[in-house]
Design a protein around this ligand. Structure first.
Ligand SMILES: Nc1nc2c(ncn2[C@@H]2O[C@H](COP(=O)(O)OP(=O)(O)OP(=O)(O)O)[C@@H](O)[C@H]2O)c(=O)[nH]1
Ligand SMILES: [Mg+2]
Length: 194
């Protein structure tokens, strides 16, 4: 099925104050490509600000998306984890913000966990995968910046990430647009089953 985006707009930062719609959230380290991927999904150059400088996005930003012949939804751009380093044992600003966002959020259908295809999943990825499971949202790993590797290196990395995380990652690139349609298919499976 081809997804046609009718309109997409910034809707705010606080979901308690927004009309209820299904949500698809994007989590990952700073600079992994969350904002870029949302723009690619929406076919927009710069609806969401992207940056070479990590830690640009510090709020949870909701983008309301109207689709042709399909239900509307929010794409939710979470801040990159680890933007505020804190002493061991203390919860980071990110964890506090995320805990508030995930807790009791029945509208969150799918959590895309973005991981640079050249990196192994670590503590932060496992933490956010657990958070998704606690809400009942389906977690999925997107391996970003796939264009940075040769075809064979990419296949090796996909296998390795699958082995370490226990889930098959979707390789994506906003440069080649590889994986963009595959992610829409995963979104539709959650918001418009059948
Ligand atoms: N080559 C390549 N570069 C990418 C890709 N996706 C993102 N980038 C680049 O990576 C940098 C960071 O992208 P962003 O989308 O701003 O990353 P982010 O995850 O939103 O970062 P924060 O908002 O800081 O958490 C930018 O310079 C992007 O152009 C990709 O698929 N391929
Ligand atoms: Mg961003």
């Amino acid at each position: 099925m081809i997804v046609k985006v009718r309109d997409a707009r910034y809707a705010g930062t606080i979901y308690e104050s927004l009309p209820r719609l299904p949500q698809v959230a994007f989590a990952g380290r700073s600079n992994v490509g969350k904002s870029s991927l949302i723009n690619a999904l929406l076919n927009r150059k710069s609806l969401v600000k992207t940056s070479k400088q990590p830690g640009k996005t510090r709020n949870i930003n909701f983008f309301e998306v109207d689709l042709v012949d399909l239900p509307s939804l929010y794409l939710v751009d979470l801040p990159g984890y680890g933007y505020a380093r804190v002493p061991q044992g203390m919860k980071s600003a990110w964890e506090k913000l995320a805990a508030r966002y995930f807790r009791g959020n029945e509208d969150l259908r799918l959590l895309m966990v973005l991981l640079d295809i050249r990196r192994d999943p670590g503590k932060e990825e496992f933490m956010v995968l657990d958070l998704a499971r606690s809400t009942g949202a389906r977690p999925l790993i997107a391996a970003t910046k796939a264009d940075k590797l040769t075809f064979s290196a990419r296949a090796r990395r996909v296998k390795e990430i699958a082995r370490l995380s226990g889930a098959e990652p979707i390789p994506v690139s906003v440069v080649s647009r590889e994986g963009v349609d595959a992610i829409w298919e995963c979104i539709l499976r959650e918001i418009a089953p059948g």
